[in-house]
Design a protein around this ligand. Structure first.
Ligand code: ZN
Length: 113
């Protein structure tokens, strides 16, 4: 499953941060999640709970911040909202839109103790 490998790499990142910054417990994890990234938030939560068992991230709260899709339309020379990666421009209707935001998955913040 796609979400499982994402959850695994999140836990790896957190454990690495724990080793470097010497914290023992993570209370909250804030992740920026692009709306166009095809990651199911509930599935990611479920996988994260499973793979974080026995790690410093165990029972941490996963706070997912959704990032809306956005693209640059070469015809309009402006930034437009998009709901799919290859969406047509909602302003001029042409397919000259290059996605600029919406497929990220980034560890934004850790609350630790
Ligand atoms: Zn346009």
């Amino acid at each position: 499953m796609h979400e499982m490998s994402i959850a695994e790499s999140l836990v790896e990142l957190i454990e690495e941060a724990g080793r470097n910054q010497r914290f023992l417990r993570v209370r909250q994890i804030r992740v920026k999640l692009g709306a166009l990234g095809h990651v199911e938030p509930e599935a990611l939560r479920f996988c994260f709970d499973a793979v974080s068992q026995g790690t410093i991230a165990e029972s941490a709260e996963l706070d997912l911040e959704m990032v809306a899709g956005e693209g640059w339309c070469a015809s309009c020379s402006r930034t437009v909202p998009i709901s799919e990666r290859y969406d047509l421009c909602p302003v001029c209707g042409q397919d000259h839109v290059r996605m600029t935001a919406g497929d990220e998955l980034r560890l934004a913040e850790l609350e630790v103790e």
